[in-house]
Design a binder for this molecule. Sequence first.
Ligand code: GLN
Length: 246
Amino acid sequence: MKFKKSLVFIFVVAAVLVLSSGVMAQTYVVGTNASFPPFEYVEEGEIVGFDIELIKEIAKLQGFEVEVRDISFDSLIPGLASGSLDIVAAGMTITEKREEVVDFSEPYYSANQSVLVHEESDANLTVLFGNHDIGVQTGTTGDTWVRENLIQTDILTGEIRNYDSYVFVIRDLSNQNIDAAVLDKPVAETYSQNNPVQVVAEIITGEEYGIAVGEGNEELLAEINAGLEKVKNNGTMEKLIQKYFE
Ligand code: GLN
């Protein structure tokens, strides 16, 4: 009798576990670099911004949960490859080189690069020529652009300074420890609102941002694209653009 009761108990526990795992939403780890306002930044200890709201909205629509992690930009793609991250939402530009190692969603935002200098500087685009020091965030398209167009051509004879976070790029620029920074224009403009820095030139690179998943993760990519499509069609995208850019 006792034996029977415990069997029933085990059966009930097993049934509850099976049922709850069926209804419990899957949690995906989202990697970002929260020094990229207004796309991702830290406010009162929380990671917030356009991309964060976007991925949370997609998750809600598609029925999954997300846990957001703030790591250095150049660790995001390795994180997808190693499986420590499932998704990257980081204002990441879709490039051919990155396409070789990760898969991108449909594009959701377009941007160019820009040149940022101190607000009291009378520098213009020519700050990129000659003996000047230029700050970039490691692994970004701004970093690559400076290397390919200015360093390899000997146009820039000063240093390219690499940083793990734009927060430190902006700090060094505000302190005039570097002469300029090259970064995505919407972010440079956002920083210029609260820091003694100004955008003096735009570099037309025609970049498009995508949400990334591990190479070959077709199922998750389809979920993200489906959610993105809904966000674009149901007015949420428009609302996010108004909230963060207007
Ligand atoms: N859009 C740029 C890139 O993909 C910068 C992104 C970022 O620094 N978060 O490299």
